[in-house]
Design a protein around this ligand. Structure first.
Ligand SMILES: Cc1cc2nc3c(=O)[nH]c(=O)nc-3n(C[C@H](O)[C@H](O)[C@H](O)COP(=O)(O)OP(=O)(O)OC[C@H]3O[C@@H](n4cnc5c(N)ncnc54)[C@H](O)[C@@H]3O)c2cc1C
Ligand SMILES: Cc1ncc(C[n+]2csc(CCOP(=O)(O)OP(=O)(O)O)c2C)c(N)n1
Ligand SMILES: [Mg+2]
Length: 575
């Protein structure tokens, strides 16, 4: 029997760590590893068309499962392509390991064909990034990478020259045999006591929750009940906080609900739970602020904080709840909830079919999708206006999931994330809310859907522009420039790529076509021409932003583009 190679040991160690698939693009320096994958037959090779998409796909798998996911790229350009997706994984804190193949070891440092230095390139988007140059380093370096990835929930990169991977292994089998540790992290009794005292004497309390509230839903609701506190969420907390929540007053931020903004700004005490909501201007200036986060380094990062505690949300609330008295002041909660109902009604009124008239409102498209999608659908949304519509019109119910590039903010995330979601959850309905710019940016992986037999459904918001950027330009008083898109017929393109391709022409087509796509037994794409100037105004418009809008108006008139102003007015005021 042939000796075990370093590549064999690498693949065996990954399989022992529970890895079921690796997303990547093959290449000579990776050949040893892909050949071991083929021979061992334990790990599936997910053949992507672009390594960036592979990293996004692995990130989506890790987000949904909470477990290690893996991507790989060949030497030089192959693994360089991973980088933007890996940044996204690192910033979303999902456990992803990247295998970066390297040029032959005897050529390193000579400026050889395809030579790059992955240890340097990936240092900034990973917690651990090492080159395996000696056979003796395996499996220890790989296991340290896996441990670091899962313990710190982020990216690790292992670079390995193709020739080293093909050498005989000197060790055998994985060394680590324990289950992933699951410690409970709780502030000290003294800290919990002090926090309870503070909360017991406060009245107008608002909770801002984020992704760190995952798994703590019942404790969160019990807390809000005790404190009579409205719950605002940050975007990544939507999946976990919105479902079945009588205290929900929506999201805050530029894309948020004005009710979320108001509940934050009018409280006397803000309790931040597992959130890194980034926008400083949306935090109250005068309220007392408590922040609880599992990572101490997060405390006070986004706003001034008066009480900072390190703890896991669930464990901390379990310790805190028995010490809380019932807050009897309920005016703040009631008025926040009322305001939320009003805000929601206002937004719902924008999500109509416009009595069948064109242009189609993107809000309507997402409202229909929300109605038709399965109870446990997985949605991904592109950075751009699809993020706005997803935040406002997709309802989370505890089974549905929502993924985006929320922390890194990269375009073109939705399709590759949908591929990772579908590959790791074959029975689930997976829907990508794609921008026409975003889809085009990583269009190559549209071709992966047929090859991978991945029945992903894509809704393309065809506004013929980089609409989100136009909005930013308007708000800043800059004339939109460099934002036009001359789109292809995406439905025909999808058809040519082996998908069901549908093209909505009127609002009347939207429901039937989305339904047809969702029911289709295979990948499908529905392109919907949506209005380009569908303003998604911030919940409170500052003087500066208001100035921006009027400045825009003035400039476009001066530039002879009055037609666009009419468009803006029609869409937003006259319906
Ligand atoms: C175009 C665009 C526009 C956007 N506009 C908005 C907007 O208007 N409003 C908005 O909210 N977001 C918006 N976002 C998203 C925004 O950038 C952030 O990604 C988001 O606000 C962060 O959400 P979060 O705090 O829930 O998650 P994260 O940033 O992931 O923070 C989670 C925090 O929880 C902590 N944590 C994790 N686990 C635990 C645990 N078990 N116990 C305790 N703590 C834990 C982590 O350490 C971290 O500090 C936008 C994004 C894009 C791309
Ligand atoms: C990789 C990358 N490039 C550029 C940007 C800046 N940007 C943010 S949103 C956006 C427009 C997205 O256009 P599209 O996908 O068509 O969505 P729309 O806003 O038009 O609905 C751009 C260019 C970015 N976030 N990421
Ligand atoms: Mg667009």
């Amino acid at each position: 029997m042939a000796n075990q190679t370093v590549a064999d040991l690498l693949v065996e160690t990954l399989a022992a760590a529970g890895v079921e698939r690796i997303y990547g693009v093959s290449g000579d320096s990776l050949n040893g590893i892909t050949d071991s994958i083929r021979r061992q037959g334990k790990i599936e090779w997910i053949h992507m068309r672009h390594e960036e998409a592979a990293a996004f796909a692995a990130g989506a798998e890790a987000h949904l499962t909470g477990k290690l996911a893996v991507c790989a790229g060949s030497c030089g350009p192959g693994n360089l392509h991973l980088i933007n997706g890996l940044y996204d994984c690192q910033r979303s804190r999902v456990p992803v390991l990247a295998i970066a193949a390297q040029i032959p070891s005897n050529e390193i440092g000579s400026g050889y064909f395809q030579e790059t230095s992955p240890e340097h390139i990936f240092a900034q988007c990973s917690h651990y990034c090492e080159l395996i140059s000696q056979t003796e380093q395996m499996p220890r370096v790989l296991e340290i990478a896996i441990q670091t990835t899962t313990a710190r929930s982020g990216v690790s990169v292992v670079a390995i020259p193709g020739d080293v991977a093909l050498r005989d292994a000197v060790k055998s089998g994985p060394r680590l045999h324990f289950l992933p540790p699951k410690p409970t992290v709780c502030p000290s009794d003294e800290e919990i006591g002090r926090l309870a005292k503070l909360l017991n004497k406060s009245q107008k309390i608002t909770i801002l929750g984020g992704a760190g509230c995952a798994g703590a839903h019942s404790e969160l609701i019990a807390l809000a009940a005790k404190l009579n506190a409205p719950i605002v969420h940050a975007m990544r907390g939507k999946e976990f906080i919105e479902p079945d929540n009588p205290y929900d007053v929506g999201m805050t931020g530029l894309l948020g609900f004005s009710s979320g903004y108001r509940a934050m700004m009018t409280c006397d005490l803000l309790m931040m739970l597992g959130t890194d909501f980034p926008y400083q201007q949306f935090y109250p200036k005068d309220a007392t602020i408590v922040q609880i986060d599992i990572r101490g380094e997060q405390l006070g990062r986004r706003t001034k904080v008066d009480y900072g505690l390190v703890g896991d949300t669930k464990t901390t609330l379990q310790a805190l709840l028995p010490k809380l008295e019932q807050n009897t002041y309920d005016t703040h909660l009631k008025s926040s909830l009322e305001h939320y109902q009003k805000t929601k009604k206002g937004l719902d009124e924008l999500a109509t079919d416009g009595s069948g008239r064109l242009p189609i409102h993107p809000q309507y498209v997402v409202r229909v999708l929300d109605e038709l999608a399965r109870e446990d659908a997985v949605f991904t949304c592109d950075v751009g206006t699809p993020t706005i519509w997803a935040a406002r019109y997709l309802n989370m119910n505890g089974k549905r999931r929502l993924l985006g590039s929320f922390n890194h903010g990269s375009m073109a995330n939705a399709l590759p994330q949908a591929i990772g979601a579908q590959a790791s959850h074959p029975g689930r309905q997976v829907v990508s809310l794609s921008g026409d710019g975003g889809l085009a940016m990583l269009l190559g992986d549209l071709l992966s859907l047929r090859q991978l037999k991945a029945p992903v459904k894509i809704i393309v918001f065809k506004n013929e522009s980089l609409a989100f950027v136009e909005l930013e330009m308007k708000a800043a008083g800059i004339i939109d420039f460099g934002t036009d898109l001359k789109d292809p017929d995406f439905a025909k393109l999808a058809d040519a790529a082996g998908l069901l391709g549908l093209s909505a022409e009127t609002p009347g087509d939207v429901r039937s076509m989305i339904a047809q796509a969702l029911e289709h037994d295979g990948p499908a794409l529905v392109e919907v021409p949506v209005s380009r100037q569908e303003l998604s105004l911030p919940p409170t418009i500052t003087l500066e932003q208001a100035k921006g809008f009027s400045l825009f108006a003035l400039k476009v008139v001066l530039n002879g583009r009055a037609d666009e102003i009419v468009d803006l007015v029609n869409v937003n005021l006259l319906r």
